[in-house]
Design a protein. Structure first.
Length: 478
């Protein structure tokens, strides 16, 4: 197993990074840089196999490429088959589609259309949403609740006891705060695997297990993994997410195309979801029959090379080497022996272990700087955990300048403008669509926070340069 991430070998695979060597890409939580192989794959698909699915040779070639992309997405999510993964325009759209699939079942069961089945969700049943979530995993459930007379309950963020005395914005999603919200009428709990503002990892396995225990298995668990997926595995191979029913993520945050995926546990698919595609397709198998429209063929095909890159990363590649092609569809028929499926799974596991180790080195620089005595005296406060440990958070770090030592607070918009002034890198500004979180923290939602977000292709030197630029910007307000 390689001991360090091959930073010199991987950066040339990202054309934007390679061609803009003086610029630091530090706003990756908004969208990562794309692999050159992804662009090539999309281009080649459109130039050589851009036909509708069919039974003639060229259409079969196109179909093979799409099937490979779907299989890669399923493998990435540790699904048992491609039937468990759906691809759509975005995580937001897929969350809405998921809510509509549930609603269709609820309506039919309430109308007695499924003989012998009790209604899945009665009026007054409860959906719990997280205060820390992007609106993608909140809005769909609030709209469903309004249409079907369900009750929305909010899982609030709570202060991190060990940090709250020195930082009012040190908050997290605690399982202890979830527990009292769970009742026999809880039907769904939707929360983030990693906040795109706080940067902290939610204890998904622990929370999901508690949901199942407290509701006797009647409640479902939906995870927004968009901010998690670039940093850690979606549905770890260890099976610790076995109590999770739905997982959403976006490939454009994971070095790929602007499309999203949804993992659906077989139990949830069989018990809760209705098919939304054309009625004459409902007898067909697979996730396509659940989708309300066709697929983005060229984008799906390119998912294949994203996961091949991650597998390559875990193999300890040398400079100049490139990811090898993998027949993803064939891996689902593999016996799990020493080669094939097992080997690729190990490569992916190693890749994310390397990512975590590298990110911790970046975190130590960012967090160490922002929590330094100088920055603290200037009113700088991290929004979220001040931990620099990779087990606790991603290098997605938000901060504000609060009133301190008789000096007034600085608006995030002014701070962000100062940080971005030289154009060496771009920090983000605002609520990041985690509107409820920013509001709950007492921050002005139209101003929000300043966010810097790094990933595995960022170097230690870049992290230090980002800190230097932020320091100069903060000094300008002295």
């Amino acid at each position: 197993m390689p001991s360090t991430i091959p930073i010199g070998a991987l950066r040339p695979l990202f054309p934007a990074i390679f061609k803009n060597s003086e610029y630091i890409f530090a706003e990756n939580a908004g969208g990562s840089q794309v692999l050159g192989s992804v662009v090539d794959c999309i281009s080649d698909y459109l130039l050589t196999t851009n036909v509708q699915m069919g039974n003639y040779a060229l259409a079969q070639s196109a179909g093979w490429r799409v099937d490979q992309g779907l299989a890669a997405a399923a493998f990435y999510a540790h699904a048992s088959s491609t039937d468990e993964v759906m691809v759509g325009a975005s995580a937001t759209q897929l969350a809405e589609t998921l809510s509509r699939m549930i609603e269709e079942t609820v309506i039919k069961q309430r109308a007695g259309m499924y003989q012998g089945q009790e209604p899945t969700w009665e009026e007054g049943d409860e959906i719990i949403i997280s205060q820390a979530d992007h609106e993608a995993n909140r809005g769909a459930w609030k709209r469903l609740a309004a249409r079907q007379n369900l009750v929305i309950k909010e899982w609030p963020v709570t202060k991190i006891a060990s940090q709250s005395e020195r930082n009012l914005y040190a908050v997290e999603l605690s399982v202890a705060a979830l527990a009292p919200l769970l009742t026999p009428r809880t039907r769904l709990v939707a929360f983030t695997g990693c906040s795109n503002v706080l940067g902290g990892f939610t204890p998904v396995a622990e929370a999901a297990r508690l949901v199942k225990e407290r509701t006797q298995g009647r409640a479902y668990v939906a995870i927004d993994a968009v901010a998690l997926a670039p940093h850690r595995p979606v549905r770890p191979a260890s099976g610790e997410w076995k109590d999770v029913d739905f997982v959403l993520w976006s490939w454009y945050k994971v070095y790929g195309p602007h499309t999203g995926s949804l993992y659906i546990a077989p139990r949830a698919s069989a018990q809760l979801l209705s098919k939304l595609n054309h009625h004459f397709l409902h007898g067909s198998q697979g996730s396509f029959t659940f989708q309300p429209s066709s697929r983005q063929y060229e984008l799906i095909a390119s998912i294949k090379v994203v996961v091949e890159y991650l597998a390559w990363l875990g193999e300890g590649p040398a400079a100049g080497s490139k990811p090898k092609e993998i027949d993803w569809a064939s891996l689902f028929g593999d016996d799990g022996g020493s080669g094939g499926r097992k080997q690729v799974q190990q490569s992916l596991h190693t890749a994310f272990a390397l990512v975590a180790a590298h990110e911790e080195s970046l975190l130590h620089i960012l967090i160490g700087f922002l929590t330094s005595e100088k920055m603290r005296s200037r009113g700088v406060r991290i929004v979220g955990s001040e931990s620099a440990k990779a087990q606790n958070r991603a290098p997605t770090v938000s901060f504000v300048i609060a009133a301190s030592g008789g000096k007034p607070a600085v608006r995030s918009a002014e701070l962000c403008a100062a940080v971005n002034k030289k154009g060496k890198f771009g920090a983000q500004l605002g609520h990041m669509y985690a509107y409820a979180l920013v509001d709950a923290l007492g921050l002005t939602v139209d101003d929000g926070v300043v966010r810097v977000s790094l990933v595995h292709y960022n170097t230690v030197e870049e992290a230090k340069e980002v800190c230097k630029e932020i320091e100069e910007a903060i000094d300008s307000f002295a």
